[in-house]
Ligand binder design. Structure first.
Ligand code: HBI
Length: 355
């Protein structure tokens, strides 16, 4: 049974810019896997989006959607004129008859509100936990009126919503052929992610300063002032900013690290960087928070530590030799391969289309 899918990206940035965070990887990987399975698809994304070989319809407009994680719970909905979000969904309205299913990747009110106005069914891949009242309300309405159309990454993420039981848990997936297993690492530790306050980089830097172990930092410097504050606060920390790399370059350097420190300040819906590390055989030291609590196999592929505790990170670093790099790769192959993710997503789509 083959479907025609219209995948509509996040308005946070062009695909490939890094501004879309984990959604960029999720969307691209899903597209690759659905094409491999024989489905047809088009990706709708902001102007400037690039993705090797994937069919992209670029939409112009202002990239000014406020990051939902920077909003307060009671914030009203904000939509600027000529917003790329509105333009992407107007395009979807025009072409919807050519598709069996639309898949929304934006964490924004508009696509959810528009759902009943569309003839073509819409599957919503919700990329974060509960952040604002308006989003909670509109997601719940869609979850009730269109059962089974709300997809999430983890049970922990679902549990941040009052309608957790209405969410379909999809985990995530990676093209494991890109990630090479590295059995013998260097001494360095790694931190990967958008450099922004909610990602808690400063704790990893603090642990690096205490242990004296080099911390390699990979990711987009999204919040420059946050980065500079960290450098001022920890002038002697042995850190090395490697940059925002392509997946192929990232896995090459990440794989050589002894462990990935994952220090989210918020309920991380999943932890794409965590499964990328596992794919390279790199064990995890993560705060016991969000989707990571469902990824780390305690004492085998990683350690979960007390959230926001730098001392907890330092303590866990001492026990890294107890972890098994082979088991890390194995966990990625069993749970997070494109095939495993593709099965979960295909089942999600089939159930929606059966209704
Ligand atoms: N904020 N308003 C809004 N819309 C999004 O689609 C969005 C976001 N913040 C972060 C984000 N998407 C992605 O980085 C997710 O991968 C988390």
């Amino acid at each position: 049974m083959y479907h025609k899918l219209l995948l509509i990206s996040t308005p946070m940035g062009a695909l490939g810019s890094g501004l879309g965070g984990g959604v960029e990887l999720t969307l691209s990987n899903l597209a690759i896997e659905m094409l491999r399975r024989g489905h047809q698809l088009e990706i709708v994304a902001p102007q400037g989006s690039v993705s090797n070989s994937l069919p992209i319809k670029e939409i112009s407009g202002e990239l000014i959607q406020i990051p939902a994680q920077n909003q307060s719970r009671s914030d009203p909905i904000l939509l600027h004129k000529n917003s790329v979000l509105a333009n992407m969904w107007d395009y979807a309205r025009q072409v919807q008859a050519d598709y069996d299913l639309i898949v929304n990747f934006a964490y924004d009110w508009l696509p959810l509100y528009l759902t009943p106005f569309f003839n073509t069914p819409i599957a919503h891949f919700i990329s974060m936990g509960s952040l604002t009242d308006v989003m909670d309300e509109i997601i719940e309405q869609v979850a009730i009126n269109f059962p089974g159309t709300i997809g999430v990454h983890s049970q922990t993420q679902a549990a941040t919503f009052t309608f957790a039981q209405r969410c379909i848990c999809l985990l995530n997936g990676l093209d494991l052929s890109i990630y090479k297993f590295c059995p013998e690492p260097t001494q360095s530790l790694a931190w990967v992610g958008r450099i922004a306050p909610e990602k808690g980089l400063e704790d990893a830097v603090a642990a690096g300063e205490i242990t004296g172990i080099t911390l390699k930092i990979f990711g987009l410097k999204q919040d420059i002032s946050y980065w500079e504050k960290i450098c001022q606060k920890y002038p002697n920390a042995p850190i090395e900013y490697v940059g925002f790399l392509s997946t192929v370059e990232l896995q090459e350097k990440l794989g050589q690290c002894r462990s990935l420190l994952v220090t989210p300040r918020w309920v991380e819906a999943f932890g794409n960087v965590a499964i990328e590390a596992l794919a390279c055989g790199v064990p995890l030291i993560a705060y016991r928070r969000g989707g990571l609590t469902e990824i780390v196999q305690e004492g085998k592929t990683g350690f979960l530590v007390e959230p926001d505790s730098v001392q907890g990170l330092v303590e866990a670093i001492k026990h890294l030799d107890e972890l098994d790099r082979q088991a890390c790769r194995q966990q990625a192959e069993t749970l997070y391969s494109l095939e495993a993710m593709g099965d979960r997503v295909e089942q999600w789509f089939q159930k929606i289309l059966k209704n």
